[in-house]
Design a protein around this ligand. Structure first.
Ligand code: NAD
Length: 350
């Protein structure tokens, strides 16, 4: 059985471990913690071994620590790095490369320039098999992952018919459980957003994607406003919705008034962490205007990358076929069931 260590126990690390601990094909060695806070006991109470940096062992003397992160890595086959953006690169240089361990990094890292953690940015829908045999791979961020779920099916169906994609990302301020962080009453402009280049890393650098981003005071998901321009007359909205009927991790909703409706429904249905793990096309907002389709979809910022990490670890550790990996991920995440529930609840009213 392959052994996995999760380094970082924040928003993403907590979720990754909550799902993959139920995976019978892997064993969790434990989790890496960096601050001596209540989440240490949270992890222990969930049956996890907690490891801390060798230099920080003293800071954790009031807790039942299993050992050093360095020793945990020695026992592991793969590490999922879930550290704050930029720390993944440092961890790679200081820990993972010296120990020769294979690693998955999150969306706050980069595949460009001196601080690149990998030459591969993963999006299971677009480049699953490219992760075979790789030692270091970066999982795209939530926005970057969400865009692939729309762009890849469009590219496969319409290919040369597509002229350009113009996207405005409306990004949430902070996550729901980040209660220590204030939501600022402002609309912040994002200079040089990384998301467009990240998408091009897996869709191809020639992709005619033009992107801008702002951050707004909400904790309730991201919203992408996308205009898709075609060479000739654009397809009608129902043809576009039809394209996503069988897409994994894409729900088509008609009656959600806003992103919080979706999150609240996830809460009512007791989806883990109130996450849907997917994107939601707000079908009532899709319009065809001549050569352009206008659409909007919301992106579950915290949940969407978790099944992607699971797909990625299966590609890196087992080189499973895409279909087999998807089936196994589905057995842990129940995405189809969640999609059906969402689509039924927010169905079109006659
Ligand atoms: P977070 O701040 O909630 O958690 C990060 C955790 O890592 C904290 O517990 C912190 O103590 C710990 N840590 C500190 N230094 C570390 C180190 N050197 N090595 C390992 N862990 C360390 O952050 P997060 O939201 O979980 O984000 C983690 C990564 O996932 C980032 O790259 C982020 O961009 C990406 N991501 C976040 C979201 C989201 O919605 N929050 C979505 C997609 C991707």
């Amino acid at each position: 059985m392959k052994k996995i260590f999760v380094n970082g126990y924040g928003t993403i690390g907590t979720r990754i471990i909550a799902f993959i601990k139920d995976d019978p094909e892997v064993e969790i060695v434990g989790v890496g913690k960096y601050s001596p806070d209540e989440k240490v006991n949270h992890a222990i109470s969930h049956g996890l071994d907690v490891y801390v940096s060798e230099q920080k062992l003293d800071d954790f003397k009031d807790y039942k620590i299993a050992g050093s992160i360095e020793s945990a890595l020695d026992k592991s086959d793969l590490v999922i790095d879930a550290s704050p953006g930029g720390h993944g690169f440092l961890n790679k240089k200081n820990l993972y490369e010296p120990k020769g361990i294979i690693a998955i990094y999150q969306g706050g890292e980069t595949v460009y320039g001196e601080k690149a953690v990998s030459d591969l940015l993963f999006n299971s829908r677009a480049n699953y098999v490219e992760a075979f045999g790789k030692k270091h791979v970066m999982q795209g961020s939530c926005n970057v992952t969400g865009m692939g779920r729309i762009l890849q099916p469009l590219k496969e169906k319409y290919a040369e018919q597509l002229v350009r994609f113009d996207v405005t990302l409306i990004r949430r301020w902070v996550d729901i459980e980040q209660t220590d962080k204030q939501v600022k009453d402002t609309i912040e402009m994002t200079e040089h957003p990384h998301h467009g280049d990240d998408v091009k890393a897996y869709m191809g650098k020639e992709t005619p994607l033009f992107l801008r981003a702002i951050k707004v005071p909400t904790r309730q998901m991201h919203l992408h406003i996308m205009d898709i321009r075609f060479k000739d007359t654009a397809p009608n909205p129902s043809e576009i919705h039809e394209l996503f009927t069988n897409e994994n991790g894409v729900a088509t909703l008609w009656t959600a008034k806003g992103t919080k409706d979706v999150r609240d429904f996830a809460d009512t249905m007791k989806f883990s962490f109130k996450d849907t793990n997917m994107i939601h096309i707000h079908a009532n907002m899709t319009t065809t205007l001549g050569d352009t389709i206008q659409m909007m979809y919301s992106d579950d910022q915290t949940g969407i990358v978790i099944p992607e990490n699971h797909m990625l670890l299966q590609a890196m550790l087992f080189q499973k076929s895409y279909e087999e990996a998807l089936k196994h991920t589905e057995s842990l995440f129940h995405m189809k069931e969640k999609k059906t529930k969402l689509e039924e609840h927010f169905a079109k009213k006659d």
